[in-house]
Structure formats: C-alpha cells, structure tokens
Design a protein around this ligand. Structure first.
Ligand code: HEC
Ligand code: HEC
Length: 340
C-alpha cells in the first residue's frame, strides 16, 4: 500500500499541482491583454463615463396611473385650459418644441421647457435647480402666474368634486385627495417616464454592431473634445451646474440679457453662480429642439457649435460636428416599449 502511494498518488498529486499553478499563472499573465481587448473590441467596461438607463424601474403602478391622469388634467390650471402635458408633450420628447412655453391666457414664459422624460434621474429640477425633488417641482407650474396660475385650495376643490378622483385617491392614500398626494402621484408618474434601449445603450450593453461607424466616431469625438466633462452619467447631464459661457461671454454676444439668463444666481445670490445652469440631459435630444434655456439654437448642429465655442473654447471642422450630431441621434430611447 505504502509503495502504491509513493509510486502513483504522489506523482499524480504533484502533476495536478503543477497544472494548477501554470494555469493560474497563465491567467495572471493574460489578464491585462484580455481587459484591453475587451475595451477596444466591445467598448463596455466599468469606466465608461455614460451608463445605460435601467431597463425596468419598480414603481407603484396604481400611483403611476393616477399621476398620468393628473399630468394630463387641465383642471390643475385656473381656467381649466392647461395641463402639464401642454408644455411637456410626451409625443414631442416631453417638451413643447417651442422657444418659450405658452401658459394660461396665451402668456409666454421666460424660459424654454425642458423634457420631463428621465427627469427622475436629475439631481435637481429646473434649469437653475431651485427644486430638490420632483414632488417639490409640482408646486412651481401649478402656481406660476404665466403657467397654470392656480393654487391648492382651487385644485383640491375641483378634484374633490370628481367621485372618480376621490375613490382613486382613497384607494391609494389613506388621507385621500391632498396636495402632497397629488405631488406624490405626479412625481411617481414622472419616474415612470424613463427611456431605455436607445441604440447607444444597446452599444454600452455590448451590442457593438448597433451603432454606425460615424456614430462610434462621434462618441469618440464627444469624449475627446471634452463634452463628457459636463454631459456624463445616466443622463449625459442632470448631475451638476455649470456656467454657460466658460470661454467667452455667451450672454454679451447674444445680447438682450434677461432675469432667466442669471440662472442659479437667482437661487443663491452668489456671484459665482451667475449664468450657471443645470447641465441638461442629452437623452432623446434630437426630439427636444429648440435648444438651450433661451431656446436660441434651432438645430443640434447650431447647439453643438455653441458648445464647442463657449464651453470648450475650441473650434471644430464641420465634419467633426456632423459626427457628434450623429452620435447624439443614437441617444433616442423607448417609452414603455415603443420607440420615441
Ligand atoms: C406653461 C408651460 C408649462 C406647464 C403647464 C408645465 N410646465 Fe413644467 N416646465 C416648464 C418650463 C418652462 C420649465 C423650466 C422652468 C425653469 O427651469 O425655470 C419646466 C420645468 C419642469 C420640470 C423640470 C425638468 C428639468 O429638467 O429641470 C419638470 C419635472 C416639470 N416641468 C414638470 C411639470 C409638471 C409635473 C407640470 C404640471 C403640474 C408642469 N411641468 C407644467 C413649462 C411648463
Ligand atoms: C463646461 C460644461 C459643458 C461642456 C464641456 C459641454 N456642455 Fe453642453 N451644456 C452645458 C450647459 C450648462 C448647457 C445648458 C446651457 C443653457 O441652456 O443654459 C448645455 C447644453 C447643451 C445642449 C442643449 C441641451 C438642451 O436640451 O437644450 C447640447 C445639445 C449640448 N449641451 C451638447 C454638448 C456637446 C456636444 C458638447 C461638446 C462639444 C458639450 N455640450 C459640452 C454644459 C457643457
């Protein structure tokens, strides 16, 4: 028996150990090569500056449905003519595609309407970030004199006259129709307005064939020029404030400076916040023209030129601009399974 151990088992065990070691060692040697190959060939890695939009988000579907109804409810405005959807049309990328929005009595507002799509991912709401949450944001348009010009007493009075609203609120909230519950339902609905599955997201998830070579080149330029310093994360925006006109004075060049142009300064009163704005999302950007808080750029081509000049202090060839625009059009996603 002892001899059998010596002559068979020990050599076999040693042999196995050698195999095991050399296999592990090969893995160590291989590692950097594998990682860089992965990055080059399929461009997915943990250090991409842009993350795909989650494919699903768990939300209370009863509240989503009620919020949807309220979002399209003109009774939230003083004269029952304007709903949230008037200025945030879900068939127009969540905007009104106007330079400035038109509120009650045909009044024009001071600033361009941003999209509500994916607004649940914004770190703050509004161009100047004055609302911390979507719930808090609802207070703004319902009360603004040039938007819905209403107030909670008036809104609650109207909704409580509807047996359907009363019973739906009662089902979902123990205290029924209240301003907080209206805000909660609308905000929950807005969180359901996420738009996954853009071609760019499919690319990030590893499907490299889904982008054209122009779009891939556009993405490379987007990173190389430095757009990514401000437009990054899930939204390619929505996670920081930045001055509009880092290089050169955009506002002086444009002229006719308004209060809305002061941006975050209107919230903080701090000099360094003058002309500072929340970096807007670039998701579904081909649908949300005209661009900028002043609606001054009609096309993506114009918007990208302004960005290259005033945010990066550079000039670019028309070819590079076209390629960046190609990339931007790959950011259009799906809402509830249908492409936007
Ligand atoms: C009259 C047009 C109008 C109406 C009605 C309106 N909005 Fe807006 N909305 C705007 C404008 C303009 C802004 C940007 C205002 C600002 O930043 O100062 C905005 C901003 C927002 C934002 C912030 C998005 C971001 O990226 O910062 C959200 C969310 C939003 N609205 C949701 C709503 C909801 C919910 C309602 C209904 C209760 C509503 N809006 C009604 C025009 C409107
Ligand atoms: C220093 C930060 C910064 C850099 C760099 C930057 N942006 Fe912007 N971008 C902003 C800010 C801030 C705004 C909002 C300006 C405003 O309307 O007040 C914006 C707005 C935009 C808009 C309009 C979005 C909308 O909904 O109106 C587009 C498109 C855009 N940027 C694309 C780009 C591209 C492409 C690049 C690179 C060539 C780039 N940006 C570089 C900060 C930046």
């Amino acid at each position: 028996m002892k001899r059998a151990i010596k002559s068979f088992v020990i050599p076999i065990a040693l042999f196995c150990l050698v195999i095991l070691f050399s296999w592990q060692w090969a893995k160590v040697l291989e590692r950097p090569a594998v990682a860089s190959n992965l990055k080059l060939s399929i461009s997915i890695s943990d250090d991409e500056p842009i993350e795909p939009i989650p494919l699903t988000i768990a939300l209370d579907q009863g509240k989503v449905a009620l919020g949807n109804k309220l979002f399209h409810e003109p009774q939230l405005s003083h004269d029952n003519t304007i709903s949230c959807a008037t200025c945030h049309d879900l068939t127009k990328g969540g905007t009104d595609q106007r330079v400035f929005s038109i509120g009650i009595n045909n009044q024009e507002g001071p600033i361009n309407s941003p999209t509500v799509l994916n607004s649940g991912f914004n770190f703050r709401q509004f161009w100047d970030g004055r609302a911390r949450t979507l719930e808090e944001q609802v207070e703004g348009p319902t009360h603004a004199a040039k938007e819905m010009a209403s107030n909670w007493d008036e809104i609650l009075g109207k909704l409580k006259r509807s047996p359907k609203y009363v019973s739906t609120f009662k089902q979902l909230y123990t205290d029924g129709v209240t301003d907080n519950n209206i805000k909660d339902a609308i905000a929950t609905f807005e969180r359901s307005l996420y738009t996954p599955n853009s071609r760019f997201d499919k690319f990030l998830r590893g499907n490299t064939d889904v982008l054209t070579s122009d779009e891939k080149e556009g993405y490379r330029l987007f990173k190389d020029y430095g757009c990514i310093a401000c437009h990054q994360g899930v939204l390619l925006g929505g996670n920081m404030f930045q001055k509009f006109g880092v290089f050169g004075n955009y506002f002086q060049d444009r002229g006719n400076i308004t209060e809305a142009d002061m941006g975050r300064y209107n919230v903080t009163g701090q000099e360094e916040d003058r002309h500072s704005f929340k970096v807007p999302t670039l998701r579904n950007i081909e649908l949300t023209w005209p661009y900028f808080h002043d609606g001054s750029a009609k096309t993506l081509d114009e918007a990208v030129k302004v960005m290259i000049h005033y945010q990066l202090g550079r000039e670019a060839s028309q070819q590079d601009i076209d390629l960046i625009v190609h990339f931007l059009t790959s950011l259009t996603g799906e809402l509830e399974g249908s492409s936007l």
